[in-house]
Every structure is written in C-alpha cells, then in structure tokens.
Write a new protein. Structure first.
Length: 363
C-alpha cells in the first residue's frame, strides 16, 4: 500500500473519531465546521432536553436549560438535523455547514397535547359550595331568583333597576331612599328585610342601591310571607313585609394552599370543582361540549394565559370552564424523574338532568 493511500486513510479515521467527540473538545483536534442549534416551542420559549442527531453520523446531543446545543465537529456541506422531545412532534431541518462560518438554526417544535379523560358537567340537583342553597331553593320554583349570569347579561346601571323588572315589585321614593323597594299589597311603609351573605341587615330600611350589580352573585326575592324560607323570616317576624336575600361575589382570588394533586380520572369525579352549568342553557335543555387546551406547569397548576378552545358549542360553556380552572390542580407530567410542563387537552361534556327539564316544563 502506498504512503499516500495510508495517509489518506489515517486522516479519514481521525476525522470520524473527532466528529463523535464531546462538544467541548479542543479546536485544534476538530475539523472546521460547526452548527449552533436553538430549540423553541411555538410561543418562542426554550425547550431543554431535546435530543438532536446529525443524520448519517454518530453526532448527537441534548439541549441545555436554554434550549441550545452546539456541534463543533461536523463536516462541511449539507447536513440534516433530526430533533426529538417527549411531548412534541419530531422534526428535521436541513442546514449547510460551511467550514469557514459556523451554521446557526432555530428549530420550532409543535407540542403534542395529552388528551385527558372527559369531565361530565351535569345540570341537576347535586349542588355544592356556598351557593348550593341558592340553586336548591331556585329549583323549588318559589320566589324570584336573579343569577350572576342574568346580571351580566342585562348589565343594569344600579341594583334597583333589577327589581323594576320583577313581577309584584314597586319602586317608590321615601324621605331617605330614592329607589325604595316595596312589594305590592304590603303598603308603602312596609319595607322588606334584606339579608346579605346569610346575615340580616339592620332593621331600618336598607338602600339596595348601596350594592353594585357587579358585586352580586345572586339575589332571592320573596314577596309574600308564605314564600319565605324559615331561615330568612328573621326574629319577631321582621320578614313579614317580604324578604330580599343577596349573595355577594367572592373577593379577588388569592393564592391558596393547594390540595394534593389529582389525576385526570379523579378530577372528573370531583363535583365541587366542576364548572357551573350556565343557567340559560340549563333550563332550556341545551347540552353541549367544550374541548379546552392549556399547559399544566411543574406544580400541577393550569397556566391560565395558555388557555385556548379547540371547539365549543356555546360561548357560555367556554366561560363556565374558564371560571373553574384557577382552582384545579393536576398531577404534573414527569420526564426522567423530573416534573415538566405539559400541554393537555381537556374535554368537557355538559349534560342536562332530566329532572330539571320536567321541573322547567311544570313552571
């Protein structure tokens, strides 16, 4: 074998060996030609732990915490980079490696969402939470009820405007109150007893316009003494002129200590955390669904700014889902023993209880 041929073979073996060497190897030991890769998601955020391979070679590596990786031992000419990462669609990118100028490329990976078990929201009588009594009494069909949804739809300027639209209610002016509520048949000097969040207000007449419509979760109105639930009659028959029960909205959400994270199946069985069935759709028998998409972070919390809707049969269903999400906690996804962010798709099915429809037809 000639010396020239032996020399050429030796150079080839050395080059191949260097190409598979670590990225921090000395520049004198590596042939010219480098590739700098930055891996991002569709929102431009870095993706750590993505595996990159130069096709046709043994050159491979994993992106760092900044989503970056630099190959410093790639021969010049065209090269194909294959990228893989759990939770993302694999992709390839073609680059041209110039032995004089390092190649640079930004690769965007599209997330593959994890489809969770569907959550069934039943519009029926299994109410829970602080407003459970409100909805249970409303289902009895005694008195008049104004929900938060109704208030937001009508958008009244002041709370007395809500009462003007109710049957059997008369608005009058007194010496101290401009818009005083009276129930027909009880006389001008017989004002209703007002309850706020389960507590009776002072026996003197209360100006209902002191409360803003935007601060109200629900209102119960009982104009006749025979309608008033016993717990709202008040001492010494103070409710004999009628009763108004006002429920305020909860204050601004604060970060709360979260309960133990649950799996998707367990979450689907948690009635208290379910979205509230929209009133107007419930009593007209409208069922539907929402397919929501969002990111669950490493603590199992929903990243609310990532919320999106893939499909929805009604905007009211979508709003009900959005209101419920801040209180949820999932079991975070795991990768190599570490918690990672995960894009998920959560289906919701809204189903009307048949008993609600029968009661609605009777009313």
């Amino acid at each position: 074998m000639s010396i020239a041929r032996i020399t050429a073979l030796t150079v080839f073996v050395v080059a191949a060996s260097v190409a598979a060497s670590p990225r921090h190897a000395s520049a004198q030991d590596l042939p010219a030609g480098a590739i700098s890769i930055s891996v991002r998601d569709s929102l431009g955020r870095s993706i750590a732990g993505a595996e990159l391979t130069v096709e046709g070679t043994s050159v491979r590596g994993v992106t760092d915490d900044r989503g970056e990786l630099r190959f410093t031992a790639v021969r010049g000419g065209p090269a194909t980079i294959r990228v893989r990462r759990l939770g993302f669609q694999p992709t390839t990118v073609n680059v041209m490696v110039d032995q004089r100028v390092p190649a640079a490329s930004v690769i965007t990976l599209l997330a593959i969402p994890q489809r969770l078990a569907p959550i069934i929201v039943r519009g029926g009588t299994n109410y829970t939470g602080r407003m459970a009594g409100f909805y249970q009494r409303r289902d009895l069909g005694i008195g008049h009820f104004v929900s938060r949804e109704k208030l937001e739809h009508d958008n009244p300027g002041q709370l007395s405007d809500v009462f003007r639209r109710l049957p059997g209610v008369h608005i009058t002016s007194t010496r101290f109150i401009r818009n005083a509520v009276r129930f027909r048949g009880n006389g001008q000097n017989c004002w209703p007893l007002v309850w706020l969040d389960g507590a009776p207000l002072p026996t003197a007449e209360f100006d209902i316009d002191f409360l803003t419509p935007q601060s109200i979760e629900g209102i119960e109105v009982y104009s006749g003494i025979s309608q008033i639930p016993p717990q709202f009659m008040g001492s010494r028959g103070l409710g004999s002129c009628g009763v108004i029960v006002v429920w305020s909205r909860e204050g601004e959400r604060r970060e709360k200590k979260r309960k133990k994270a649950v799996t998707a199946t367990e979450l689907a069985e948690m009635v208290a955390s379910q979205p509230l069935y929209p009133e107007t759709l419930l009593f007209t028998g409208v069922a539907g669904h929402v397919l929501a998409e969002f990111v669950v972070d490493t603590l199992g919390r929903v990243e609310l700014d990532t919320f999106g809707v893939i499909s929805s049969t009604n905007p009211s269903f979508t709003q009900a889902v959005q209101r419920a999400l801040p209180d949820w906690a999932y079991a975070p996804a795991m990768l190599n023993g570490k918690r990672v962010r995960q894009l998920v798709q959560q289906p919701f099915s809204f189903v009307v209880d048949s008993t609600v429809m029968r009661r609605s037809r009777r009313n």
